[in-house]
Design a protein around this ligand. Sequence first.
Ligand code: FAD
Ligand code: EPU
Length: 338
Amino acid sequence: MTVEHDADLAPHTTFRVPARARALARFGSVDTLRQLLGAPELKPLPRLLLGGGSNVLFTRDWPGLVLLNELPGVAVVQEDDDHVWLKAGAGVVWHELVMHTVERGWGGLENLSLIPGKVGAAPMQNIGAYGVELKDSFAALEALKMDDGSVVTFRTDDCRFGYRESFFKREGRDRFVILNVTFRLRKHPELSTGYGAIREVLAERGIAAPTVRDISDAVVHIRRSKLPDPAVLGNAGSFFKNPVVPEAVARRIQAAHPTAPVYPAGEGHAKLAAGWLIEQAGWKGRRDGACGVHDRQALVLVNHGGATGREVFDLSERVLRDVQARFGVELEREVNIL
Ligand code: FAD
Ligand code: EPU
């Protein structure tokens, strides 16, 4: 068990804004995690779990202990004629897990290809992309309760998954360490090709009967064309959620802007495209000092180099206020602000 003091956090996040942690330690086993949680000198410190740091923005130094999750392992734990149950350690890189399933032709995670980060954070906001969410293939997870060290199993209903939401983002925040996640994958995949961009790529490639691999390749292609690579340009993906509003609000916006994208979102509600709202408000591609709004995807705020977390946050506040003033819609941040 090695503890680094006054540790630099920038390399552990994809925004790469400057921040330091009072203490930082890695754990690759539950035993090491327990030792870290129980160490007398570390016990009083506030704790923060980090996987790949791809959905956090530090606006200040972290006054406590950062725990870097490196729990390994991918294994089939159950199988029948139609499904395999695959259990992955929380420290496994998400895209590597997806590739593991794609190589075997197992269906369920292919639309979630190339999402940065690690397996353990994926249930936190029920990651989603191209018409699919983690919850669609989720079977169970195990989490360590930080106050007493017990390991608790969570099934789908316990996780209270929603759009970029879960129990772990709300009531369970800072109380549990997700240790592993088990997915139920299909041996005879039912592919999700409803997303327009996926259909377009398949058509361009002349693929009429796609495989799990074809969908994954199409998603990787689409993502590379739109989203900034965090290795090149600091960012944390969508900074805001797509707002879910009463249908009347969506109708009002569509009456004024007939091309505004609107999606169904349950009875009496509709989902608007935050990227569209931000672009219409004139922010797409705008630079503000060392940070800015991405020029190909207005939902993504970027660090051009040298931005502080506070500067990125202040930019997000201005975008939020402007969208509110123009459209009467309040955006909610998706990124975890620390
Ligand atoms: P971190 O940023 O390290 O942590 C995120 C949160 O989870 C923090 O609050 C942290 O404390 C908590 N946490 C982390 N690990 C654990 C654990 N083991 N137990 C308990 N809590 C934990 N997201 C999508 O949903 N869809 C997308 O399409 C998408 N695209 C993206 C594209 C880019 C370019 C980037 C940079 C990000 C994108 N994201 C997307 C956001 C991000 O990749 C996901 O939220 C991902 O799951 C975060 O994983 P992480 O390991 O980096 O989490
Ligand atoms: N749009 C614009 N201008 C923009 C960006 C988008 O007009 O600058 C419009 C697009 O033309 C389209 C609509 O908004 O009509 C939706 O755009 P897109 O398909 O690019 O997806 P998104 O709604 O902006 C969401 C997720 C992404 C996920 C993609 C693909 C959220 C907050 N974001 O983005 O997730 O990858 O769909 O499914 O739901 C993330 O969470 O970090 C993330 C990247």
